[in-house]
Each structure stands twice: as structure tokens, then as C-alpha cells.
Design a protein around this ligand. Structure first.
Ligand code: TAP
Length: 451
């Protein structure tokens, strides 16, 4: 049994049994057996089952949200959004089974057509920072394309995934088609990589573990999608709406206590407006409401664990030039205040590493070329923001920044209608958007002779 801890109170909220290697193998076998009947379900019926799953999630939004608040310390507002995101993503991909269109290709001597065939069993490995949405981005398109799914939540945050598994069953998703397997990465997750019946691994987590997954998958030429770390730039030009850029910057980085691969954790500000930006940023940071995640007004909760708190705190010491900080409660809970750092330069560890906590650095840049160079001076390439009122510059800089998800005059990263994923060491492949289900298929090409 693994104790599940509420990070806001440090109290045990549940005990969850860890799936063993033998139980993992048995679940993968059941998923393998279920494949034949699941892929044979008529497309309209598979769509209907996914919509029923979405409706079951919709009816359970408040329960799922409360579970996430107590398990992950997410604010209640965020947790509701996350549960509704699972519902919406299921509805979006419920449209897929009836639209998995192939092609008819003109060839001499006959007819050539293509089919999008399901891959088989898909193994999904989920991190602790967004337990619900990241699970849904994997299982909804995978199921829609006719695959069966085994899913491993993070050890720290299994409760909402377990509940989603129950809701799938209640909605009529057949046995073996979608199985949630709480347990250790080194046992359950690793078995997804090595078991030959698992034909694709969808991994979201650290770049370090992602590299191991990629190496492991190579052994069986297993398909893999990797959504990894980020160290994203928020580039503020002098010609932008500086008030709006400063007022929103804290929410671009401190949302989910900075435990967000898309957190804009490097603010780059044009030198001519640097001081003014910092004047505007200070009250915005002070205004972030940090506290009990169950309270409706709360904007930021605690870090996920004592261990992670130690890791984040390790980035700051007496020599760190902290410009200013927000507030955080005293007492139990893994609290860390929003923190703004003026680093000595772009090579400081706090500028180059993914801190994955509520810590942001602010550095000046001289011109457009300098901003682009600094933004790209990282091994990561997941997301970023550009603040400017010059539409030409917005497009030029968006095209030049090496990242998968950019927003202009906004900090939005994830919209399920559009592809999501990273450049460079931030990942491999794309989730979400209209083509995501195709990433869970193989193209088969069939020639029929007519002559
Ligand atoms: P990891 O330690 O990499 O863990 C992620 C998941 O992988 C967990 O379920 C973990 O299981 C499992 N795992 C660990 N070792 C494994 C192994 N050897 N084989 C198979 N599975 C294994 O990451 P984390 O600390 O939970 O999450 C934070 C990181 O995720 C950050 O770097 C963040 O940027 C990244 N992230 C990226 C994105 C996107 S979309 N790009 C989204 C969210 C998070 P356990 O629970 O047992 O450790």
C-alpha cells in the first residue's frame, strides 16, 4: 500500500495498492485480448460509448475536482477546469471513429486504398502535475482510434485516474479496454516499455526518464510520444501593453505552483522598459492569492511533496538576488511563495534548469535578435509568450523561437483543438488537435488489381 498525502495539510487521504509486475502483465494480456472486439465495434457505437464516458465524467466533475484538490493541492478552480477538460477531450475525439478516413490513390492496373489501423495496446504514463488532463489527452484519441489502453498514474497522484477508470466502466466501456494501474514507474511503467503486446508508449514526465523510455522502446521499435520538460521564455517588448504583460506574467508562471511544463519561468524584458516592468510586476506578484486550494478565491496551492519542496528550495540560497516574493501560509503543507529572481546572467542554474516551482527569473534584452537568441538558449523548446503590439514582430519572433506552443499577448498553451508538444529536448510527437487519433494508428496500403 502507498499512502496518498494531501500536500496542503500533509494528512493521509487514501491508501492505494501498488500494481505488481504479475498484475501488470495480466492487465496487458486482458487489454490485448480485448483489442479484437474493441476495434470491431462499429464506429458509431464506439463514438457513442466515448460520449457516454464523457457524460459520466461530466456528472462527476465536482467529485473529481475535490479528489484532485485533496490529492494534488490544485486549486478548486483549476481542478474543475481539468475534469471538464477530460470531458471535452473525450467529446472531441468521440467524433474520430466515424471520420478515420483513408485515401483512394490513383495507380495503374487497379485501385489503391489506405486504412488507418489501430496499433494495439497503448501504454500511457502520466506525471503528478496534471493527473487528469494528461491522462485524457492520451486515452481519448487512443481509444477512439480502436486501441485498448493501460494507464499508469504517478505514484503521488493516482486518485482521479482510478476514478476515471471506474467512470469508464460505468459508462459501458468493455472490460480490458481501459485499465488504470497505479504503481511504481520502475515496475508498471517500465513493463509498458518492455512488454511486446504494448505497441505504443505515451510518456509525459521528466526529460531524464523520457530519454530512458525512448531507449527502451527502441528495442522493439515501439512507437513513442514524449512530452517532457520546459524552460519557457516570456518575451516582453517595449512596444507591448506593459501593464497587461506585467499583470498576467505571474499567472503564466505561478499557476499550479509553477509545476507546469509550460510555465513561463524566464521573463525577458526589453532593456528600455525593464525598470518600469519590474515596478508593475511587484504588486501583481503580491496579489497572487496563495493558500487553501479548496477555497474558491485561491489562485495558487502548495508544492506536491516535501521532497519536491526541497528540490525547489535548493535553487535559492543566501547569494540569490531575490527581487521580491509573494505570500505563502505557515504551518503544515508544502508551501513555497511566488518568488522573482534577478539572476547574475543567462548561465545561472536557476535560468537554465527547469525549477518546476513558483520561481521566475527576469533578464533584460536589447533588441529582437537578442530576445530570440536568449529565448532559444536552452535545451528545451516547449512553449513561450511574446508581448508586442507590432503584428509583424509577433509573427517574426513566433517563427524564430524554437518551441512547439507559442502565444502572442497571452499565456495560453493548451487548447485541445490544436497540436501540443515540444521542440528539442521537450519531446517527440504531438498530442491533441485534429490529427492526434492518427498518431494511434498505422497506415495500411492495399492494392486491388482490376485488370
Ligand atoms: P517523472 O519522474 O519522469 O515521472 C513521470 C511518470 O513516469 C510517473 O508516472 C513515474 O512514475 C513514471 N516513471 C518514472 N520512472 C520510470 C521508468 N523508469 N519507466 C517508466 N515510467 C517511469 O516526472 P515527474 O517528476 O512526475 O513530472 C515532472 C516532469 O514532467 C517535469 O520535468 C515536467 O516538465 C514534465 N512534464 C511535462 C509535460 C509536457 S506535456 N511536456 C507535462 C507535465 C509534466 P512514479 O510515479 O512511480 O515516479
Amino acid at each position: 500500500m502507498t499512502a496518498v498525502i494531501n500536500p496542503a495539510t500533509e494528512e493521509v487521504v487514501a491508501q492505494v495498492a501498488a500494481t505488481s509486475l504479475e498484475e501488470t502483465d495480466a492487465a496487458i494480456e486482458r487489454a490485448h485480448v480485448a483489442l479484437a472486439s474493441w476495434r470491431a465495434v462499429a464506429p458509431g457505437d464506439r463514438a457513442r460509448l466515448l460520449r457516454r464516458f464523457a457524460d459520466a465524467v461530466d456528472a462527476d466533475v465536482e467529485n473529481l475536482a475535490q479528489l484532485e484538490v485533496s490529492n494534488s493541492g490544485h486549486t478548486i478552480g483549476n481542478a474543475r477546469w481539468e475534469a471538464r477538460n477530460v470531458r471535452d477531450v473525450l467529446h472531441y475525439y468521440a467524433a474520430t471513429p466515424e471520420r478515420l478516413l483513408g485515401k483512394q490513390i490513383p495507380v495503374p492496373g487497379g485501385v489503391n486504398m489506405t486504412f488507418n489501423e489501430p496499433l494495439g495496446v497503448v501504454g500511457i504514463i502520466v506525471p503528478w502535475n496534471f493527473p487528469m488532463p494528461i491522462a485524457g489527452w492520451g486515452f481519448a484519441p487512443a481509444l477512439a482510434a480502436g486501441n485498448t489502453v493501460v494507464l499508469k498514474p504517478a505514484e503521488l497522484t493516482p486518485l482521479t485516474a482510478i476514478r476515471l477508470g471506474e467512470l469508464a466502466t460505468e459508462a459501458g466501456i468493455p472490460p480490458g479496454v481501459f485499465t488504470v494501474l497505479p504503481g511504481k514507474g520502475s515496475v508498471v511503467g517500465q513493463r509498458f516499455v518492455t512488454h511486446p503486446a504494448v505497441r505504443k508508449v505515451v510518456f509525459t514526465g521528466s526529460t531524464e526518464v523520457g530519454k530512458q523510455i525512448m531507449v527502451g522502446c527502441a528495442d522493439q521499435v515501439k512507437r513513442v510520444t514524449l512530452e517532457l520538460g520546459g524552460k519557457n521564455a516570456n518575451i516582453v517588448f517595449a512596444d507591448s501593453d506593459l501593464e497587461k504583460a506585467a499583470a498576467t506574467a505571474p499567472y503564466g508562471v505561478f499557476d499550479n505552483a509553477g509545476q507546469d511544463c509550460c510555465a513561463r519561468s524566464r521573463i525577458l524584458v526589453q532593456r528600455s522598459v525593464f525598470d518600469r516592468f519590474m515596478e508593475l510586476l511587484e504588486p501583481a506578484v503580491a496579489g497572487v492569492v496563495v493558500g487553501d486550494p479548496a477555497a474558491e478565491a485561491t489562485e495558487m496551492g502548495p508544492l506536491i511533496s516535501a521532497e519536491h519542496h526541497g528540490r525547489v528550495a535548493g535553487y535559492l540560497d543566501d547569494t540569490t538576488n531575490v527581487a521580491f516574493r509573494g505570500s505563502a501560509p505557515d504551518g503544515p503543507g508544502f508551501w513555497f511563495p511566488p518568488t522573482v529572481v534577478l539572476p547574475s546572467g543567462p548561465t545561472d542554474r536557476i535560468v537554465t534548469d527547469e525549477v518546476f516551482g513558483p520561481v521566475v527569473t527576469v533578464l533584460p534584452f536589447d533588441d529582437e535578435a537578442d530576445a530570440i537568441a536568449q529565448a532559444n538558449d536552452t535545451e528545451y523548446g516547449l512553449s513561450g509568450s511574446i508581448w508586442t503590439n507590432d503584428v509583424g514582430r509577433a509573427l517574426r519572433v513566433s517563427r524564430a523561437v524554437e518551441a512547439g506552443n507559442l502565444s502572442v499577448n497571452s499565456h495560453s498553451s493548451v487548447r485541445y483543438w490544436t497540436p501540443f508538444g515540444g521542440f528539442k529536448q521537450s519531446g517527440l510527437g504531438r498530442e491533441l488537435g485534429p490529427d492526434a487519433a492518427l498518431a494511434f494508428t498505422e497506415v495500411k496500403n492495399v492494392f486491388i488489381a482490376t485488370d
